[in-house]
Structures are given as structure tokens and as C-alpha cells.
Write a protein that binds this ligand. Structure first.
Ligand SMILES: NC(=O)c1ccc[n+]([C@@H]2O[C@H](COP(=O)([O-])OP(=O)(O)OC[C@H]3O[C@@H](n4cnc5c(N)ncnc54)[C@H](O)[C@@H]3O)[C@@H](O)[C@H]2O)c1
Length: 261
């Protein structure tokens, strides 16, 4: 499949990684619709890129079925005549809101409300967008001789694959686990599903850590959002990439930094 001339939903499109994905789609002459809670950032990005290239339908909560459906309808109307070709699901939360405190010493253990929050935003919100987009994609005329009708790319995390972080990691493990079953379910309809598991990437999600993240073994730095966007392009272009999870982490292993006591 290709990006040029096609429309993609980018959730978290106003955030660090999602913004790079939106810019890259537009640079490849594709069109992007930004699903994000952050209205000022989403609006500013759409205005910067131009309404023929990028559209912000207003603040969208990816955990709210009616909002996602409405935003999708607005996007299809805005880009009338352009085919929806996929979704890159990048939205996510690393911390629950401060109002949801944990239990145990210093409130550092994960309570049920926090766990529920992670599952809702990072896992259910991911499936909500994937499913609503897939429902449109199955109606597409095939794009090519493989009869591809679309592609869905989700964002998990190495914390899922390395077995770290009760709420965040478990929700992201669900996202990783979704790749193959969803790819198999959608295979008869020519829709591929892939997931990317980033290591530490230089985005606002890491702002709460003033000391930053340790660098990857090599390259000796953390990831750049553009590197995530470049992998999305490779996935979109390569029909054999389907049903799996790609680590994008410069050999970083979360477990190397786990407490040993
Ligand atoms: N940056 C990293 O180190 C890193 C590492 C591993 C995985 N990830 C994952 O990459 C993805 C992108 O994160 P980022 O680093 O760009 O962070 P970010 O905080 O810059 O962007 C996340 C975006 O998601 C949006 N968002 C949050 N909840 C939402 C909701 N319910 N509905 C709609 N939008 C919502 C936020 O407004 C924000 O713009 C996330 O899924 C994150 O978990 C990031």
C-alpha cells in the first residue's frame, strides 16, 4: 500500500510521536485526521499543514464511542472523495490523573481505579478506534493485486514485552496481544494489523522525569519521533508485515533498569 493520496486516522496526533506521524503522512502527499484530546495542539497542527492535508475535528476522546464515530464521520465528509486507508493508533497515557491515588506505602501501589484507567485509555481506546476504522476499511475497493484494503498500526511499549509496570504495561501487553488475532480476523478483508513497541522516545510523555531516560545501548540516545514515523511508512508500504510486534528500541531492555531488591 502507499500513503500518497490516501487518508489515515492518527490518534494521539497532537502528541510527540503522533505529530511526527501526521507530518510524515502529509510529506508523503497523504491526508491525516488527528484524533486527540488536546484541542490547541491538534488545531495548530492542522492549520500549519493546511486543511487539504490535515484535519482536526475538535477534541476527540478515543475512549468514547460516540466521539470516535462522530470524528470519523466529520473526517470522511471533510476529505470527501479520498479513501480512508488506515489508522495509526498513537494515543496513550503513562500516568493516571493525580486524583487517582494508589494504595500501600506512599500510595505507590496500583489500585483498581488506576488499573481501570490504563486499560480504558491504552487498550479499550486502541481497540475502539481500530474497530471503527476497520468497519470502514472492509468496504474499500482493493488497492492492489494483493487486494489490500487497509492497514492498522497500534502502539504498544517495551514495558509490555519486558513485563514492567502493572497498569501501563498490562494495558500495552493487551495492545501487543491484539496484533495477531485482529490480523487474522481482518485477513479475509485484506486489512493488515501491526504494532510498534517503542523504547524510550523523546516526547512530552517523558517530561515528568527531570533526569530523562537512560540511553539505548546503540544508538547511544533515546528515539526520535521521526524514527517511529519512518517505521510506520515501512509497514504501510510492505504487505508482508502483518500480525506481529516490532521493537523499536536500540536494544534497550526495561528489565536492565528494574529494582533488584
Ligand atoms: N515516548 C515514549 O518513550 C514511549 C515509549 C513507549 C510507548 N510510547 C507510546 O507511544 C504513544 C505516543 O506517546 P508519546 O510519547 O507521543 O506521548 P505524548 O504524551 O506526547 O502523546 C500522547 C497523546 O495522546 C493523547 N491522548 C491521551 N489520552 C487520549 C484519549 N483518551 N483520547 C485521545 N487522545 C488522547 C494526548 O493528548 C497526547 O497528545 C503512546 O501510546 C505511548 O504510550 C511512548
Amino acid at each position: 500500500m502507499k500513503v500518497e493520496g490516501e487518508l489515515f486516522v492518527v490518534t494521539g496526533g497532537a502528541g510527540g510521536i503522533g505529530k511526527a506521524v501526521v507530518r510524515t503522512i502529509v510529506a508523503q502527499k497523504g491526508h491525516a485526521v488527528i484524533f486527540d484530546l488536546n484541542a490547541p495542539f491538534g488545531q495548530a497542527l492542522a492549520e500549519e499543514l493546511g486543511e487539504k492535508n490535515a484535519f482536526f475535528p475538535g477534541s476527540v476522546d478515543c475512549t468514547d464511542e460516540a466521539q470516535v464515530e462522530n470524528a470519523l464521520d466529520l473526517a470522511l465528509k471533510h476529505f470527501e472523495g479520498v479513501t480512508l486507508a488506515g489508522a495509526i493508533v498513537c494515543h496513550g497515557v503513562l500516568f493516571p490523573p493525580p486524583s487517582l491515588t494508589g494504595y500501600g506505602p506512599n500510595g505507590m501501589l496500583t489500585n483498581y481505579k488506576q488499573f481501570e484507567f490504563y486499560i480504558k485509555v491504552n487498550l479499550l481506546g486502541c481497540y475502539l478506534v481500530a474497530q471503527k476504522v476497520a468497519e470502514k476499511l472492509i468496504k474499500n475497493d482493493p488497492f492492489n493485486e494483493d487486494k489490500e484494503r487497509g492497514v492498522i498500526i497500534t502502539t504498544t511499549s517495551i514495558s509490555a514485552l519486558d513485563g514492567m509496570m502493572v497498569g501501563y504495561g498490562t494495558a500495552k501487553a493487551g495492545v501487543a496481544g491484539l496484533s495477531r488475532p485482529l490480523a487474522l480476523e481482518l485477513a479475509p478483508h485484506g486489512i493488515r494489523v501491526m504494532s510498534i513497541a517503542p523504547g524510550p522516545f523523546d516526547t512530552p510523555i517523558l517530561d515528568p522525569f527531570p533526569e530523562g531516560s537512560p540511553p539505548c545501548p546503540f544508538p547511544k540516545r533515546i528515539g526520535k519521533p521521526q524514527e517511529f514515523a519512518d517505521l510506520c511508512l515501512s509497514i504501510i508500504n510492505n504487505a508482508m508485515l502483518n500480525g506481529s510486534v516490532i521493537r523499536l528500541d536500540g536494544a534497550f531492555r526495561f528489565t536492565d533498569y528494574a529494582t533488584k531488591d
